[in-house]
Design a binder for this molecule. Structure first.
Ligand code: HEC
Length: 320
């Protein structure tokens, strides 16, 4: 039979059970799902529970490597500056291919393609990304909530990655997974909105391959594009700062070039794309033949350089 003391302990425990949050509170993250695609649009993101529209923090994404080979791993750091006072925050992120590997203050979905914070004590998150075996373009999406730490959903500020924190649509960070025989050379430079285009090849450069192609994504849309091909095996990258394009490097000599126009799209989200099919002859003499290539485009954005151009990473292609 219960005495008064055990009865009061029991009722205290019962009250505690009601008051204490479930094992996994929002402080330990929220993952995107098909009904709540947190990382894409304002209509179904952090603001569907936390206060209001996007704005407040500015979201930065730093990548170890943007252009990878199949199954290669690199580090990603997402951080936010500005927004609600304090140092507490959370994020949601996902990739269109490959796996995110949790770091110290993050956790991933069972499928491994999505990630969130595992506590609310930081506004910086470092974790890893492993490229899929499958080649081609990859997009990384993220949204950050800079919270005020009151454990409630009001007074928090959130924003997508992109040039404008109030943009209701997320801007992806582009990556590329290359076929064997294609390696990146150096890196590309950001456009006036902060987007970095990537350049890759989804099919291996094997002799007689009719499907080989070179693909640049994340370019300024509807822009004049120049694809450069060079033949020098060893060539230091050339700093284009002296030409009025600081931060941009030329990673190839100029043996041949092709001009064109990138596909149309949203300029602030760098939706331009440029693809060139290159049927590789089957002549066995060409085995081991090396060429370099890089894509440059005119950058019409308000934040463009004195010489208004952007360049992708370079590529070194060895015919197999
Ligand atoms: C389905 C509603 C809902 C959505 C969507 C949502 N949250 Fe929350 N979040 C909550 C609730 C409720 C709390 C407070 C209670 C708690 O800790 O469980 C909270 C608390 C938090 C906290 C801790 C707050 C604090 O003050 O300590 C962080 C960080 C957080 N959310 C981040 C996010 C991020 C980032 C997103 C978007 C990717 C997001 N939340 C989307 C409901 C939501």
């Amino acid at each position: 039979m219960m005495n008064a003391r055990t009865l009061s302990v029991a009722s205290a425990l019962a009250t505690l059970a009601v008051l204490s949050p479930p094992a996994l509170t929002r402080s330990s993250g929220i993952l995107p799902s098909s009904s709540l695609p947190l990382t894409r649009n304002a209509s179904a993101s952090c603001g569907s529970c936390h206060s209001g529209t996007p704005g407040g923090p500015t979201v930065q994404v730093q990548l170890g490597l943007r252009v990878l080979s199949g199954s290669q791993t690199t580090a990603i750091t997402v951080s936010a500056t500005g927004g609600a006072a304090g140092t507490r925050g959370g994020l949601a992120a996902d990739v269109t291919a490959g796996q995110l590997i949790a770091g110290a203050n993050t956790r991933t979905s069972t499928a491994g393609n999505a990630l969130t914070h595992s506590d609310d004590r930081s506004r910086t998150w470092t974790f890893n990304y492993q490229a899929p075996a499958q080649t081609g373009p990859v997009e990384f999406y993220t949204v950050v909530n800079a919270v005020n730490g009151d454990g409630r959903t009001n007074g928090d500020t959130w924003a997508f990655h992109g040039s404008n924190p109030t943009n209701p649509v997320s801007t992806p960070v582009r990556m590329y997974v290359n076929a064997p025989g294609v390696v990146p050379i150096g890196s590309g430079c950001a456009d006036g909105y902060g987007n970095v285009a990537v350049y890759g090849a989804p099919h291996p450069p094997t002799l007689g391959n009719p499907n080989f192609s070179l693909e640049a994504i994340g370019l300024p849309p509807s822009a004049r594009v120049m694809l450069i091909i060079g033949l020098q095996k060893n060539m230091p990258s050339f700093d284009m700062g002296v030409m009025g394009a600081p931060g941009c490097f030329l990673h190839t000599d100029l043996a041949a070039s092709v001009y064109g126009i990138s596909t149309p799209g949203d300029a602030s989200r760098a939706e331009g794309r440029f693809v060139i099919p290159v049927a590789i002859p089957s002549n066995p003499v060409l085995k081991g033949f090396f060429f370099r290539t890089q894509v440059g485009a005119v950058d019409a954005s308000p934040g463009a350089r004195a010489l208004p151009v952007v360049f992708t990473n370079g590529l070194g292609v060895t015919l197999q």
